[in-house]
Design a binder for this molecule. Structure first.
Ligand code: IFM
Length: 721
């Protein structure tokens, strides 16, 4: 088995959306869905741009898809050669995880088409595709390629007023409707054959038409170089895109590919987890690390990653807590500059968080649940559409999922502890922690009779139970956030003036004293036989199995949560909640307590979110449930190979890649199986290797030093590199 590749034989239109995710190529600036060159809208083809958002009319804001600039359509003797129209003699698609290359090999009969394409890691505006056509019959071949703004969008259109140009490169310049952002694309070709060349231009496309009388046995090669730029990158994006595509053509496909591959080699040298003992696991880890690495914002210093990466417009292209809790760990240990960029995004969007807190009548920083550019809240009050009435359902994620601010503070503190680098705290991180802590002060409900601080009317990670009180996870993250604010005094011990200046600027003196009191008074959760109650009254809900609840669905796409959802009155939860708390704060809980909670909550968890299995696997490693950990690991790591996961929330399509699981796979391997942890700034391992694996190796960076972690049946060690 080649653990660096995923191959798929055959083509079914019904699988095209999933294949678009499976075979994604991306570079952090944009994602090119893994559809075939000739795909039409039925197959959901897209080039999704990072951090460029638009709203069309009153629909959801979502990321903008660039003009289609890599399409190629073939016909022979007037007959279209298209997979969606006609079963080919053979078709294989493949993604090469090592170098981020999509390949296809399609035998249409008269023509065999083999192509390889990539989204360049070396030049983030560039996409390139090389097609080889083996001609099996004499005839009239026609090739159409160019740029089109007639593209697939979930809530579009977003591109207007497209102007097209023709020259060595074809060009397109359009603007987004809401903010007037210019989006430009350019495309050049290089070919090793003569052809009659013409152009077709319409309102929404410019197309180059190549015609040639071909003979059986001939092989023709065509390379397409496309570039995408926007006015957010700089002035004259059309001219920049044009010159990038022309320069790529001048360098040639092989040179561009070599530069792209060199970046991937470096990424793997810094992050690859090598496992021995199970090839399917090795492939799944490569897949996971590929999918997370390819969407990392390497081109930007303050940008985060959407919950569905760059695989499309699902989830509004928004940044969730997934970034801090699931993507951040792999990056902070392997490529800390990317972890820094994720957190800088939060520092730079503090303004949005301050504004959101104010909107709800609170002080401090309440981060957007679904953050878009500038920290704007993308989450609507109606995030689900009822499958029966087709009416929007009022959901409270935006208003009540207050753990988000603490999640961000948690990652900022971990960044400091793992890298030993205080500069991020100095450059705004400390301010964020202080403002998040202030938010929890102001959001607290104080029980005068019990002298306790409580959090009423919240939603925890298990989103099926809305508007609950004292969610254990939320109370714990709020406490940790407050303690992290106080901890700054110790972190800035040698330069107290720096912290004092920040506190003075934030007018924090009064709050500092309140933090000390409140952090000590936050209510501890109720415990029964060592099991933590997820929120007040949870133990009193109907205790039934996940299957019982599933059996009550009248439609498989029905939403389980909210006021009328089937899970709301039961103890069945969507995803790890108490277990996520135990996984994030291992030092606070004894093994016995973890074991009791695991045994209680796992059978009551639907794992309806791709964020769930990873947290259960991490805690399973700790308590020696290694068979379960293994199963949950494989489920997590294989998710974007299998291409499943939940694809509907009510009537809303939520499919795409699963970066949280991708990061979760690294977390299980490194933090779970190898037991990597930090003690006083020094990395340590405490192996929990499942029976299926004989060896596990991976590089890490900590406090500026590089190490190799090596775990086998004989034990584990960490050696400097
Ligand atoms: O952040 C998650 C949330 O916890 C569950 N629903 C999907 C979101 C995005 O992955």
């Amino acid at each position: 088995m080649d653990t660096w590749r995923l191959k798929k034989e055959g083509f079914e239109l019904s699988e095209a959306a999933r294949d678009g995710n499976r075979f994604l190529c991306a570079n952090g600036y944009m994602g090119l869905r893994g559809t075939v060159e000739e795909a039409d809208k039925r197959e959901f083809p897209a080039i999704t741009l990072a951090n460029v958002y638009d709203r069309y009319r009153d629909r959801w804001r979502e990321p903008v898809n660039a003009p289609s600039c890599l399409f190629v359509r073939l016909s022979m003797n007037g007959r279209a050669l298209r997979l969606a129209e006609k079963q080919p003699k053979g078709h294989i698609a493949e993604i090469d995880y090592r170098h981020g290359i999509y390949r296809r090999d399609t035998d249409f009969g008269p023509v065999r088409l083999r192509s390889e394409r990539f989204v360049s890691m070396a030049q983030h505006h560039l996409l390139a595709d090389r097609l080889r056509l083996d001609i099996a019959e004499d005839g009239e071949l026609e090739i159409l390629t160019g740029i089109s703004t007639d593209i697939w969008d979930i809530n579009g259109p977003h591109l207007f007023g497209a102007a097209f140009t023709k020259g060595e490169a074809l060009g397109c310049l359009a603007v987004t409707g809401e903010k007037g952002i210019s989006v430009a694309a350019a495309q050049c070709i290089q070919k090793d054959f003569d052809a009659e060349e013409a152009f077709r231009q319409k309102d929404d496309c410019v197309i180059r038409v190549l015609r040639r009388r071909v003979k059986r046995g001939e092989t023709l090669t065509l390379s397409v170089f496309a570039a995408v730029c926007t006015s957010l990158d700089g002035e004259a994006p059309d001219r920049t895109a044009e010159s990038i595509s022309i320069e790529a053509k001048r360098q040639g496909f092989d040179a561009c590919l070599t530069a792209h591959k060199a970046v991937w080699e470096d990424i793997w040298a810094r992050s690859e987890v090598t496992v021995e003992g199970d090839d399917a696991a090795a492939q799944a880890l490569h897949a996971s690390q590929y999918h997370l690495n390819c969407i990392a914002p390497r081109h930007a210093h303050a940008l985060s990653i959407p919950a569905r990466g760059l695989s499309g417009q699902t989830y509004k292209g928004a940044i969730f807590w997934d970034s801090e809790m699931f993507f951040f760990p792999m990056f902070v240990y392997t490529q800390p500059e990317i972890a820094r960029s994720l957190l800088r995004y939060r520092i730079e969007t503090l303004g949005g968080a301050l504004a959101k807190a104010k909107e709800y009548g609170y002080r401090g920083a309440y981060y957007a649940w679904e953050s878009q550019e500038g920290g704007a809240e993308g989450c609507t009050n109606f995030n689900v559409v009822d499958v029966f009435t087709h009416r929007p359902v009022r959901t409270y994620f935006r208003d009540k999922q207050i753990h988000i601010s603490g999640d961000i503070a948690y990652a900022l503190r971990k960044y400091y502890e793992i890298t030993g680098d205080r500069s991020l705290l100095e450059e705004g991180g400390a301010r964020v922690i202080l403002e998040c802590a202030r938010f929890y002060l102001s959001r607290a409900n104080c029980r005068l009779d019990a002298e306790s601080v409580e959090y009423a009317d919240v939603i925890g990670p298990d989103e099926y139970h809305e508007r609950v009180s004292n969610n254990a996870f939320t109370n714990q993250i709020a406490r940790y956030c407050m303690l992290s604010a106080l901890k700054l005094e110790e972190i800035f011990r040698d330069t107290p003036d720096v912290l004092r200046a920040i506190r003075d600027e934030l007018k924090y003196e009064n709050d500092w004293e309140l933090l000390k009191k409140a952090s000590a008074a936050i209510r501890e959760p109720v415990k029964r036989d060592g099991v933590t109650e997820q929120f007040d009254g949870y133990f009193g809900l109907e205790d039934c199995s996940v299957e019982t609840v599933r059996g009550r669905l009248a439609d498989p796409r029905e939403y389980w949560g909210g006021d009328h959802g089937v899970a709301g009155t039961t103890q069945v939860i969507k995803q790890a909640d108490v277990i996520a708390m135990l996984a994030l704060f291992p030092e606070l809980y004894e093994d016995g307590e973890v074991a009791a909670n695991w045994a209680y909550y796992e059978p009551r968890t639907e794992h309806g979110s791709s964020l769930s299995a990873c947290m259960y696997a991490l805690t399973a490693c700790r308590i020696g449930r290694l068979n379960e950990a293994w199963e949950l690991f494989m489920r997590t790591a294989s998710i974007d190979i299998l291409g499943g996961g939940k694809e509907w929330a009510g009537e809303i399509y939520i499919g795409g890649t699963h970066p949280a699981s991708n990061g979760g796979a690294w977390m299980i391997a490194a933090l779970g199986f190898a037991g990597l942890t930090m003690r006083n700034g020094i990395p340590e391992v405490h192996p929990n290797l499942p029976a299926q694996l004989t060896h596990l190796r991976f590089p890490i960076t900590s406090a500026g030093k590089r190490y190799m972690v090596d775990v086998s049946r004989e034990g584990g060690r960490i050696e400097p590199l």
